[in-house]
Ligand binder design. Structure first.
Ligand code: HEM
Length: 181
């Protein structure tokens, strides 16, 4: 997993909790203790799972809620760090539908070692998108949070119905956009 995901995660922990909590979860998990994290390095995705488990221990918050919150935070950060992907984008569902065929394709060019999931999308209607997440990594909650973050960014009111099909490795998201009246 790319170091940038870890640096963003630790920044979220420092901002939302504290520097002490950030240190504590590195101590408890044994991850990043010696050297911290750098954006250019790569780490095992299991290290992220260990950090989240440690954050759960320290804060008492549920693991799925913590990962989803991180997904929301990460999307907001992407709007700043990868602003090139947002020029001309106006609709959350169009944006989400383009993750597989455009955004993650470009991400792979920028970071050839990126390990990305697949999304099979079906646009049932202008305001209804089905996204089928599949990955070797267990980050259905992260996808959930990224989808929420996307709705928030475009100020779209999204209703997200989620069905886990193979634990957090394969998740179906049925997303409806509520039209503002
Ligand atoms: C501008 C928008 C986006 C950018 C720049 C982006 C970029 C990235 C990057 C750099 C990674 C890390 C790869 C690695 O660590 O090896 C990643 C992973 C991931 N992305 Fe995106 N992404 C974007 C939007 C989204 C959205 C909206 C979703 C959800 C619908 C999504 C779902 C995921 C998931 C779930 C992963 C974790 C890897 C996995 O599950 O296998 N991404 N993305």
């Amino acid at each position: 997993m790319l170091g940038v995901v870890f640096t963003e995660f630790m920044e979220m922990v420092e901002d939302e909790f504290s520097f002490d909590v950030a240190d504590e979860i590195m101590d408890i998990s044994g991850v990043g203790v010696e050297t911290g994290f750098t954006a250019v390095q790569e780490y095992s995705h299991t290290d992220m799972v260990k950090l989240v488990a440690a954050l759960h221990k320290v804060t008492g918050m549920e693991i799925d809620a913590l990962i989803t919150a991180f997904g929301q935070h990460l999307f907001q950060r992407f709007t700043v760090t990868h602003s090139q992907f947002f020029s001309g984008a106006t609709c959350s569902l169009d944006f989400l539908e383009n993750i597989e065929g455009y955004i993650h394709v470009e991400v792979k060019k920028l970071y050839p070692n990126a390990e990305l999931p697949t999304f099979r999308c079906i646009r049932h209607a202008p305001d209804k998108l089905e996204m089928n997440y599949k990955s070797k990594r267990p980050f259905g909650d992260l996808a959930h949070g990224l989808i929420r973050g996307c709705g928030a960014h475009f100020k779209d009111d999204l209703e997200i119905e989620r069905t886990d099909q193979n634990g957090p490795h394969e998740v179906q998201f049925m997303i409806r956009r509520e039209r503002p009246v």
